[in-house]
Design a protein around this ligand. Structure first.
Ligand SMILES: [Zn+2]
Ligand SMILES: [Zn+2]
Length: 125
């Protein structure tokens, strides 16, 4: 579980992981037992700053630092991925406009802006 999301803000989490993202959830830190969960809300921050997100089939929020992203998705156009966002001339990191966590393929915001010859799956129109 080395890829759990430590010190991730709710805003950052929401940029990278749209509602419906797949994670391994580790109920107990340090114990390698996990459940697969799918988010059903955007993340939000509790009063003390911890980011939590709700998932299908569970009430309340799970702390995002118990979540491990299952698969890093890659942009079908530029090849950026969850761990290496591309950065615009204005210094803005990209986010996913569309991402399929099962196939691990998406389209990032920087590519989508310039996209008119291809659809969001990277296929010619
Ligand atoms: Zn891209
Ligand atoms: Zn990108």
């Amino acid at each position: 579980m080395k890829n759990v999301l430590r010190n991730v803000t709710a805003a950052r989490f929401n940029e990278r992981f749209p509602v419906g993202s797949l994670f391994h959830y580790y109920p107990m830190m340090g114990i390698p037992d996990y459940e697969e969960v799918i988010t059903r809300s955007e993340a939000w921050e509790l009063g003390h700053g911890a980011a939590v997100v709700s998932v299908i089939g569970r009430a309340g929020g799970l702390s995002v630092d118990h979540l491990e992203p299952i698969k890093a998705a890659t942009c079908s156009q530029c090849g950026c991925d969850d761990h290496h966002a591309c950065v615009s001339e204005q210094g803005q990191p990209c986010h996913w406009v569309q991402v399929n966590r099962v196939t691990g393929v998406g389209i990032c915001s920087h590519c989508a802006e310039h996209l008119n010859q291809i659809n969001t799956f990277g296929e010619p129109k």
